[in-house]
Design a binder for this molecule. Sequence first.
Ligand SMILES: Nc1nc2c(ncn2[C@@H]2O[C@H](COP(=O)(O)OP(=O)(O)O)[C@@H](O)[C@H]2O)c(=O)[nH]1
Ligand SMILES: [Mg+2]
Length: 192
Amino acid sequence: MVGRSNVGKSSLINALTGQRIARAGAKPGTTRMVNLYAARTAAAGMRARRFTLADLPGYGFARGGETARREFDALTRSFFKRLVRDPERDCGPEETRLAGAILVVDGRHPGLESDLAALAWLLELGPPVTVVTTKNDRQSGNVQRALRSRHERTLERSVLSVSSKTGAGVSAVRTALGAMLSPAKPPSGASS
Ligand SMILES: Nc1nc2c(ncn2[C@@H]2O[C@H](COP(=O)(O)OP(=O)(O)O)[C@@H](O)[C@H]2O)c(=O)[nH]1
Ligand SMILES: [Mg+2]
């Protein structure tokens, strides 16, 4: 879970899990650690999958493109690189695989430079990325739709829009999480 400080990462974790496990509303910019949550999927008729949800420190609190980028690099790069660079060697006795990243952005603020930089960085790193916009309960439906298409234009990909407060859109994020954890098998005949 990656995103600017105060964007709603911890609230989204609580909404996704239906539990108040992540501390939300902490003073922006004060979280300087990665919080890990052991979680499990629970889709009807599907095998439950265990996974670890990582709530990463927010970036962009200091404002300004370059500062934000450096901050993001310092705090997040090492965490992802460890998982991506050499999964064989870097993980412990149990198999660990980076299933993907959820980039959380504020529904009200499309096109922020720090968000665009974070997305570019994640895409270059390579894991599947799902973009989720939060705080959508704060606008009317029409404004929400307009902002959503601006998000999609500036990020050049589709986004999922949620409100962690009302729960709107959260189940679609659960579905996206499930897809990251159980990627579709390559078509038969493809080399393995
Ligand atoms: N109205 C509204 N407020 C939200 C939503 N998500 C988060 N917030 C509020 O935004 C603030 C920051 O949320 P938090 O989850 O701590 O952000 P984080 O720093 O990214 O983990 C808190 O006061 C939350 O209650 C949302 O979907 N709607
Ligand atoms: Mg938080």
